[in-house]
Design a protein around this ligand. Structure first.
Ligand SMILES: Cc1cc2nc3c(=O)[nH]c(=O)nc-3n(C[C@H](O)[C@H](O)[C@H](O)COP(=O)(O)O)c2cc1C
Length: 350
C-alpha cells in the first residue's frame, strides 16, 4: 500500500530524479523508512541460504547499480534483503553518460539504462561503507573500470579496486558486462578475463574475500563453458548472471526487468547445467526475477541465491514479502522447517 502511494508520486518524475530523491530519503531516514515498509524478518535462520563462501539471511539480495555509492546500506540492511551489492564503483569518480539515461516501461515492468558507471569513486564509496550499519547483512562490492582507462590497462583498475575493498566487504564482483562503458563487454573475451584474474592472483593470496564475475546475457551460449572453466581455473567463488541485455529496437543502453527474464533464464539454466559437476562454484541469479515462482524455478534448476533490481523499483519491498510468503507456503506444504532443508530436498518437491 505504502509503496503504491510512493510509486504514484515517484513515477510522475523523471526516472533518474526519482531515483536520486529516493536514495536521499532512504539514506537520511533509514530506520523510519525501513519500518514504514515492513522492516526485516524476525526468523532469519528459517530463510538462510548457505553458499560455499557466505550465508545470506534471505535468498534474495539487492543487485548492483541501485545503491552505486553505498549511501543507503543502513536502509537496505533493515528490510528482508539477504545481501546488498553496492557499486559499480570505479577507481576515480565519474559522471557517466549524458542524461536522460534511465527510462521506464511501465506495462512491461522493465527499465532501460545507459548510466555509464556514474559513481563517486572508490575513496568516497569506501568511506560510506565504513560508516554504514550492516546489521550482519552480507555486503558485496561490484567493481568496474573507468571509462578513460584503456582496455590494455583495465586489469590495473580492477587490481587497485580489489586492494581498496578486499578487507571491507563480504564479496567482490568483477563487472565486465555493462553495455554502457565502451569496450567493457570485450573484456569478457577469455584472454582479457584471464589477464584481469592473473593480475589479482598475488593480492588474492593475502585474503579470502570471495570473488565473482558478472556476465552479460548477450554472450553466445557456447561461450559459457569457457567462462565456467576460467572460474574454476582461477578459483572464483562463482558467477553472477546476468547483467542487462541490449535490445536495439528499444534504443541504446541495457534492458532489465520482465523484458530480460526469458534471456536471463536461458543463460542461467545453461550455467546451472554446466556448473552441476562443480559444487565449489556458486551461481547468483539475476535478471527478470520478480516473484516467488521465479525464485522457485531457479531453485528447482539447482540455484540458491538470487538478486533483484527492476522488480524492486516496480513493487518495492513488497516483492520481498511476496517471496517470503511463497517460501512459507512451500515449507508448510513440504513439512521442511527451513530453506536449507527445502533446498537439500528440492529434487523431491513439486
Ligand atoms: C538503472 C540501472 C543501473 C544498473 N547499474 C549497474 C551497475 O552499476 N553495475 C552492475 O553490475 N549492474 C548494474 N545494473 C544491472 C543490475 O544489477 C541487474 O543485473 C539487471 O538490472 C538485471 O536484473 P533485474 O532484471 O532484476 O533488474 C543496473 C541496472 C539498472 C536498471
Amino acid at each position: 500500500m505504502l509503496y503504491d502511494f510512493f510509486k504514484t508520486v515517484a513515477f510522475k518524475m523523471d526516472a533518474e530524479k526519482a531515483h536520486e530523491l529516493s536514495i536521499k530519503a532512504l539514506s537520511s531516514f533509514p530506520r523510519t523508512m525501513a519500518e514504514a515498509f515492513g522492516g526485516d524478518l524476525q526468523d532469519k535462520e528459517k530463510y538462510q541460504v548457505d553458499l560455499n563462501t557466505m550465508s545470506w539471511s534471505f535468498p534474495v539480495g539487492l543487485a548492483a547499480g541501485l545503491d552505486k555509492n553505498a549511501k543507503a546500506i543502513d536502509f537496505f540492511a533493515r528490510i528482508p534483503f539477504g545481501a546488498i551489492e553496492v557499486g559499480t564503483v570505479t577507481p576515480v569518480g565519474q559522471v557517466g553518460n549524458p542524461k536522460p539515461r534511465l527510462f521506464r516501461y511501465l506495462k512491461e515492468e522493465s527499465l532501460r539504462n545507459c548510466m555509464g558507471f556514474n559513481n563517486d569513486g572508490a575513496g568516497r564509496v569506501l568511506k560510506n561503507i565504513l560508516s554504514s550499519e550492516r546489521l550482519g547483512k552480507v555486503l558485496g562490492v561490484n567493481l568496474g573500470k573507468n571509462k578513460d582507462t584503456s582496455a590494455e590497462n583495465a586489469h590495473l583498475d580492477y587490481l587497485s579496486l580489489f586492494k581498496t575493498f578486499k578487507d571491507n566487504c563480504d564479496y567482490l564482483v568483477i563487472n565486465v558486462s555493462s553495455p554502457n562503458t565502451p569496450g567493457l563487454r570485450d573484456l569478457q573475451r577469455h584472454e582479457s578475463m584471464r589477464e584481469i584474474f592473473e593480475s589479482l592472483e598475488e593480492e588474492r593470496e593475502t585474503c579470502s574475500t570471495p570473488l565473482f564475475i558478472k556476465i552479460s546475457p548477450d554472450l553466445p551460449l557456447d561461450s559459457l563453458e569457457g567462462i565456467v572453466d576460467l572460474a574454476r581455473e582461477f578459483r572464483l567463488s562463482g558467477i553472477i548472471a546476468t547483467n542487462t541485455t541490449i535490445m536495439e529496437e528499444r534504443g541504446s543502453g541495457g534492458i532489465s526487468g520482465k523484458l530480460l527474464s526469458k534471456k536471463g533464464k536461458i543463460v542461467r539454466d545453461r550455467l546451472l547445467e554446466l556448473m552441476a559437476d562443480y559444487p565449489d562454484l556458486d551461481l547468483i541469479g539475476v535478471g527478470g526475477i520478480s516473484c516467488f515462482d521465479d525464485v522457485w524455478d531457479f531453485w528447482k534448476k539447482g540455484g540458491k541465491a538470487c538478486q533483484i533490481y527492476s522488480s524492486f523499483i516496480f513493487q518495492g519491498p513488497d516483492v520481498l514479502f511476496e517471496i517470503k510468503s511463497g517460501i512459507d507456503k512451500k515449507l508448510k506444504e513440504t513439512g521442511y522447517k527451513n530453506v536449507k532443508e527445502l533446498l537439500k530436498n528440492i529434487k523431491d518437491c513439486k
